[in-house]
Design a protein around this ligand. Structure first.
Ligand SMILES: Cc1ncc(COP(=O)(O)O)c(C=O)c1O
Length: 390
C-alpha cells in the first residue's frame, strides 16, 4: 500500500472552471474571484468575504485592520502553525503564547481567564480552531471566549485555517466572531492550491482589507477595467501588500466549494471509523477529545497522542508507518520549541504543561475524502500491530 498523509480530491468542476478562466484571457483577480467570495460568504453566512493568496495573508490583514501595531501584545496558542504567530511579528507586535487544553489543543474560556489575570492589558487574541473543532466562542451561560473578551476589551481574530465547514451550534465558523481567516492551502478542507479568505461582519474591516490586499490602491483592478472611469486613474491610501487571489485559483475554489459538504461528511466518516477501530488501544493512545457533535466538525486533522506507557514511542511509530507505506504527520511541534520564538521570548516548556504532554506523543493520521475503506482498515491494522506485537 502507498497511502499519503494528504491527497487533494479534484474530480469535480475544477478543470472546467480553470479552462473558462484561461479562455477568458484574464487570469488574475476578476469575476471568478468575486463569484468565489460571494458564494463563500453565503456558505458561512458572513456579510463580507475577501479572497487572498494565502491564509497567512488573511491573518496579517485581519490583524492590521484590527489596529494591531508596534509594541502591542497578542495572545496566541503555542500549539499552532508558525503563521499564527509570525503575522503578529509582521506588525512589530509581540505574541504572548498560551497553553491549550489537552485532548482538543484549544484555548478554553478557563485558559483565557487565567491568561488575562497573568497578563493584564493584552488587548488582542488569536483563537485557532485546531483540527477543525471550534473553540468555545460562546455558550449557554454567556461565559464563552467572546463574552470574556468583550468584558475585558479584547479584540478577537479567528484562525480558521482548519475549520472551513465547522459549526458552533447552528453558526458556521466564519460568522461567529468579527473576523475569521481561512486557508485553502493544498491539504485543507477545500483548496485553491494556495489561497485564503477573510470573512467579517464589519464593513470598515472589509473595506480596509480589500484595499490593503492590493497595494493600498483605492480601486481593485477589475473595477478599474470595468467602469467608465479611465482605467489608469487610481489613488494609493496606504503602503499595502500584494495579497490578491488570482481567478485561476478562485476557479479551483469554486469547484471545491460545490463539494465541501460531501468532503466534510467523508472526513467525518473516517474520523468515526478511527474512533471505533482504535478505541481498544486506549491504554497506549489518546484519541482526540470531541466536545461538539461530530457533524459540526470539519475534521481537517485526526491527531492522536501516543502515551508514555506505549511500548513504542511516536518517532518510532512514524518510521514503522512509513515502512508500511503510510504517511503520517505531527501537528505541531509547539512554537515554544521553535528557536526564534523560544529565544526571543525566553519561553520555557514548564509554562506549557498540556502542550508538552501532547508534544511528547502527537501524531496525525491520514484523513481526506479520497481515503478508501480498505486503506483505513490497513492503517488501523498496522497501528494495532505496531503497538501490540512488540
Ligand atoms: C493554523 C494555521 N494557521 C495559518 C495557516 C496558514 O495558511 P496558509 O498556508 O494558507 O498561509 C496554516 C496553514 O497550514 C495553519 O495550519
Amino acid at each position: 500500500m502507498n497511502i499519503p498523509f494528504s491527497k487533494v480530491a479534484h474530480a469535480g468542476n475544477e478543470k472546467k472552471y480553470i479552462e473558462e478562466v484561461l479562455a477568458s484571457g484574464w487570469l488574475t483577480t476578476a469575476s471568478k474571484t468575486r463569484e468565489f467570495e460571494e458564494k463563500f460568504a453565503r456558505y458561512v453566512n458572513a456579510p463580507y468575504a475577501c479572497a487572498l493568496n494565502s491564509g497567512t495573508a488573511a491573518l496579517h490583514l485581519g490583524l492590521e485592520a484590527m489596529g494591531v501595531k508596534k509594541g502591542d501584545k497578542v495572545f496566541v496558542p503555542s500549539m499552532t502553525f508558525t503563521a499564527t504567530a509570525e503575522v503578529v511579528r509582521y506588525l512589530q507586535a509581540d505574541p504572548v503564547f498560551l497553553d491549550t487544553e489537552y485532548g482538543t489543543n484549544l484555548i478554553t474560556p478557563e485558559i483565557l481567564k487565567e491568561a488575562i489575570n497573568n497578563y493584564p492589558g493584552v488587548k488582542y487574541l488569536i483563537i485557532v480552531h485546531y483540527g477543525g473543532q471550534p473553540a468555545e466562542m460562546t455558550n449557554n451561560q454567556g461565559t464563552g471566549i467572546l463574552e470574556i473578551c468583550k468584558e475585558n476589551g479584547i479584540s478577537v481574530l479567528e484562525d480558521a485555517a482548519h475549520a472551513f465547514t465547522s459549526k458552533l451550534n447552528d453558526t458556521a465558523v466564519g460568522n461567529i466572531g468579527d473576523i475569521t481567516c481561512f486557508s485553502f492551502y493544498a491539504n485543507k478542507t477545500i483548496t485553491t492550491a494556495e489561497g485564503g479568505m477573510l470573512t467579517t461582519k464589519n464593513e470598515a474591516v472589509f473595506q480596509r482589507v480589500k484595499k490593503m490586499r492590493l497595494h493600498g490602491i483605492d480601486r481593485d483592478i477589475w473595477n478599474r477595467y470595468t467602469t467608465n472611469k479611465q482605467s489608469w486613474e487610481y489613488d494609493v491610501i496606504a503602503p499595502g501588500y500584494k495579497y490578491n487571489m488570482p481567478d485561476l485559483n478562485a476557479a479551483l475554489g469554486l469547484a471545491q466549494l460545490e463539494k465541501a459538504g460531501q468532503f466534510r461528511r467523508r472526513r467525518e466518516e473516517i474520523a468515526l471509523y478511527y474512533y471505533k477501530h482504535l478505541n481498544h488501544l486506549a491504554e497506549y493512545i489518546d484519541l482526540p477529545l470531541l466536545k461538539i457533535p461530530s457533524e459540526n466538525h470539519a475534521w481537517h486533522l485526526f491527531p492522536v497522542v501516543i502515551k508514555e506507557k506505549s511500548p513504542v514511542n511516536r518517532n518510532t511509530i512514524i518510521k514503522k508507518f512509513a515502512e508500511k507505506g503510510i504517511g503520517t504527520s505531527v501537528h505541531y511541534k509547539p512554537l515554544h520549541h521553535m528557536t526564534y520564538y523560544k529565544n526571543k521570548y525566553h519561553l520555557k516548556a514548564d509554562d506549557f504543561p498540556n502542550t508538552e504532554k501532547t508534544w511528547q506523543g502527537n501524531l496525525s493520521l491520514p484523513i481526506y475524502p479520497d481515503l478508501k475503506i480498505e486503506e483505513l482498515e490497513y492503517i488501523c491494522k498496522q497501528f494495532n500491530e505496531i503497538l501490540q506485537k512488540l
